[in-house]
Design a protein around this ligand. Structure first.
Ligand code: EPZ
Length: 417
């Protein structure tokens, strides 16, 4: 497994382009299963999670080939409805393939998905929703078997929580169902809108994505489409955190600033100056960071849970007290133990963490415990005095395309060994 060596306290400078969004690409790849004909998906990041999705498509008999950041996917030859445990365990979002295989074939067999350990991550909302649409689902020893005796039928589904994955699974399944599906309390994340945009290009009839209520009129068939994946808002937050803790001035290109609505004010509160124009963020950190105040993670349009770890890395060296309240996942503070090794001052209990900014962090040997936590360790390593060595245990590569090379191109000293 790769380790990262970071020489801290070096200023970053220059311009970078933002990678495509992992969390948009994954459901869109699952949704290609509904289509007849070729799909051309541009701006797909090169990540291990995307490789897993490609492996699932190929296992099912589909063709998926990568040409740089473009994926060509043709699912006409799909010949299996079972996704093996080895692939399901690789990532949480493999569960999105359930709705897609079921809608296309009328049956599906998967095992419970894996993914980052962020506390219990049940799939009850996914399964209950598909049941409402007429699926018969049984769970036995971690295996989920589903079939649709009368085909999938449109339904009214009120989600108890605006789950991103459940909303995606329903939108995908409902696109080929008989009749109309209405999801209330749907997730509103930009990745949901991207999925709906892709499916509508394929001939689906989805309205309201990005609002709390999504309406899907089922259609009989869908064709392939050409689609451009949206930029990754969480990678943007990570790069801004890296620039903030090193007192740097950088430019990030290919950004959709509307997706950063709750993120930008947190950086401004910390004293950073951002000028946002035509897909470009000009980011200037202050001499001394201030605490961003209260960071309370909530579903979109609130502050994203995925940006909590890098923002916590920023708060370690910001003057004053920052309070974090993690409302989305039960256990998303694995990075705290590693921050403490670097000399951070943090108290935490349950979903709350209180950070008192310190004047200095010290380079240390660290071990990543999940994807966004590993990115936060990189940010803290850039802020620290001396050398930091991070055992990323493969997490970073799941969501960040060559972060070491990106930061090196900005003059950071980050080396993969
Ligand atoms: C998506 O995960 C993202 N993953 C996550 O990003 C992100 O953190 C999360 O949404 C929240 O924004 C992808 O898009 C691939 P949820 P997902 O269903 O769909 C509970 C990253 O680092 N819940 O909205 O799994 C669940 O336990 C990843 O890129 C149920 O109780 O998130 C959690 O507490 C990590 N029952 C909360 O809802 C269910 O059936 C949010 O989960 C489903 C979810």
């Amino acid at each position: 497994m790769a380790k990262l060596l970071i020489e801290g306290q070096r200023k970053l400078r220059g311009e970078v382009s933002l990678q495509g969004s992992k969390n948009s690409t994954l459901p869109i790849l699952a949704a290609t299963l509904l289509t007849e004909g070729e799909n051309v998906i541009h701006n797909c990041p090169c990540l291990s999670d995307i490789d897993v999705a490609i492996s699932i498509l190929r296992y099912l008999g589909c063709s998926a080939t990568r040409h740089g950041h473009t994926l060509l996917v043709d699912t006409c030859n799909l010949n299996d409805t079972h996704i093996p445990d080895s692939l399901m365990r690789e990532m949480r979002s493999s569960v999105i393939f359930l709705g897609a295989v079921l809608a296309r074939c009328g049956r599906a067999r998967i095992s419970l998905p894996g993914g980052c350990e962020l506390g219990p991550r049940p799939v009850d909302l996914h399964l209950d929703s598909l049941r409402k649409m007429g699926a018969v689902i049984t769970e036995h020893h971690g295996e989920i078997r589903a079939h649709t005796p009368r085909g999938l039928e449109g339904a009214r589904i009120a989600l108890a929580f605006p789950s991103v994955g459940a909303t995606e699974n329903i939108i995908i399944a409902a696109s080929l169902a008989k009749g109309t599906t209405v999801i209330t309390n749907a997730a509103r994340e930009p990745e949901i809108v991207d999925l709906a945009d892709y499916l509508n290009k394929c001939g689906a009839m989805i309205s309201g994505a990005g609002d709390g209520t999504v309406v899907i009129e089922g259609v009989e068939r869908l064709h392939g489409a050409v689609h451009n994946i949206i930029p990754d808002r969480i990678v943007a937050a990570t790069l801004m955190s890296a620039a903030a803790v090193t007192g740097s001035h950088i430019v990030i290109n290919d950004v959709i600033s509307a997706h950063l609505g709750a993120i930008i004010p947190a950086f401004e509160e910390a004293g950073c100056r951002l000028s946002v124009k035509e897909g470009r963020i000009d980011f200037k950190a202050p001499q001394k960071l201030r605490s961003p105040g209260l960071i309370r993670t909530t579903p979109y349009p609130g502050f994203p849970t995925d940006a909590q770890p890098p923002l916590m890395a920023l708060s370690l060296v910001a003057e004053g007290t920052t309070v974090f309240v993690e409302t989305v996942f039960e256990s998303r503070y694995k990075h705290i133990g590693e921050f403490l090794r670097m000399g951070a001052n943090i108290k935490s209990e349950g979903r709350v963490a209180v950070v008192e900014g310190v004047s200095k962090l010290y380079g240390s040997k660290l071990k990543a415990g999940d994807l966004r936590g590993s990115a936060a360790l990189v940010v803290a390593g850039l802020a620290a005095q001396g050398k930091t060595e991070i055992d990323t245990t493969g997490y970073l590569e799941r969501g960040y395309e060559e972060l070491d090379a990106v930061l090196s191109s900005l003059d950071g000293s980050v080396r993969k060994v």
